[in-house]
Design a protein around this ligand. Structure first.
Ligand code: SF4
Ligand code: SF4
Length: 379
């Protein structure tokens, strides 16, 4: 398991050689705790990683002692911290921070858009673990006294999962089948009639946007007192139908590939965690993180290995950016080292959807520049 997640710093509280039980806290931070996703023996515990060798060890423990629903926002934020919840749509932003902002929230937005091609895990959770998702929705709306619930789906999924909305008293918002229609800000722009101002999060405008997987995890806590130790994900491979799996956090990709008999050749295949647009290149040793909503094994296309060429000034990256940013202008300023508050604001707004890179005929990896620059800014 990875000890560090996105904007959360955690430190191990177990020693090498210790026996741990599934659900036991193994690392602690200000914004979240992390739990053993399997029972076994700790092989490594440092600032980088905690490695647990699965084996005969104590059985499951419930690290969460609560017996009733959270009563208010502070309660819910505390539980999110104790259960180790992060945004499971992929962002891995600590949920305790998002829920503990103190902003007046009037609408819970259940984000089931899954606009990246091939991913269908949220749809599967709604269809096959309906009660758990509904329980998470009820828990959050009750704790925050939220008046309105909205289920957001893409057009092609509306018929499949729209009826779920009726069963949990939610309105339905249908988004186009176009990437990146599932972006928080685009959804809130549709609901509110205007784009949230730059620098403001949707939650600061009264909209709490949570992915189906995050609500499912809250539902697991509510029903079973289970901390966040399982990751629902889609396994997408070229020759077989997509599988939707529940995987313990920290499982190495090689284990999943072997279990399902999926051949992987690094010379011929691309291994990606997350979507093909926003995901990251992976290796068989890469562990499943709390934000890993999909694994893709795809044949390498010639286009993916073409070198970067000079900009053609075609403007396609500007036209496609859903936030009307100026991708090539940002890259030029990053390359020349001309940092400015305006560039920092644009980088902060950019949510790394990768649409600009995907349309660039010069193969300029724009989103890679933004990812690196954001990392630099955070550092
Ligand atoms: S990755 Fe590109 S298209 Fe997406 S928000 Fe950032 S600049 Fe815009
Ligand atoms: S899409 Fe590529 S080639 Fe066209 S303006 Fe943007 S960076 Fe330049």
């Amino acid at each position: 398991m990875d000890a560090g997640i996105n904007r959360c710093r955690v430190a191990p509280i177990v020693q090498t050689g210790a026996a741990v039980a599934e659900g036991e806290i193994v690392a602690q931070g200000e914004s979240l705790a992390m739990h053993a996703s399997v029972s076994g023996v700790v092989e490594r515990a440092d600032a980088e990683q905690i490695v647990i060798r699965r084996g005969l060890a104590p059985s499951t423990v419930s690290a969460l002692k609560e017996t009733s629903c959270p009563q208010n926002a502070a309660d819910l934020a505390r539980i999110a911290r104790e259960m180790g919840l992060v945004g499971m749509g992929g962002g891995m932003f600590p949920a305790s921070v998002k829920l503990g902002t103190g902003w007046q929230i009037h609408t819970l937005v259940v984000n089931a858009v899954e606009c990246e091609p091939g991913i269908q895990i949220d749809e599967a959770l709604i269809l096959h673990d309906t009660d758990t998702v509904r329980s998470g929705i009820d828990c959050v709306t009750a704790a925050l006294a939220i008046k309105r619930r909205v289920l957001v789906v893409k057009r092609t999924a509306a018929n499949h999962i729209g009826s779920f909305a009726a069963s949990c008293a939610a309105d339905v918002l249908t988004m186009p089948n176009r990437y990146p229609a599932g972006a928080e800000k685009l959804i809130v722009a549709r609901l509110d009639g205007r784009m949230p101002p730059a620098g403001l999060l949707p939650v600061q405008c009264g909209y709490l946007v949570l992915s189906v997987a995050s609500l499912w995890a809250i539902g697991r806590w509510q029903l079973y007192r289970e901390p966040s130790i399982l990751r629902p994900l889609s396994l997408v491979t070229p020759s077989r139908p997509t599988r939707n799996l529940l995987v313990p956090i920290g499982t190495a990709l090689s284990h999943i590939l072997n279990t399902y008999g999926i051949g992987y050749n690094p010379e011929a295949h691309l291994l990606v965690t997350g979507g093909l647009m926003m995901g990251a290149r992976a290796t068989p040793k890469t562990p499943i993180l709390k934000g890993t909503n999909a694994i893709f094994v795809q044949p390498i296309l010639r286009r993916l290995i073409r070198p970067e060429e000079p900009c053609l000034l075609c403007g396609a990256c500007f036209d496609v950016c859903p936030l009307n940013l100026h991708p090539i202008g940002m890259v030029e300023r990053i390359k020349s080292g001309r940092r400015s508050p305006a560039l920092a604001t644009q980088l902060d707004e950019c949510f790394l959807c990768g649409a600009c890179s995907a349309v660039c005929p010069a193969e300029i990896p724009l989103v890679q520049y933004f990812r690196d620059a954001k990392r630099g800014l955070r550092a």
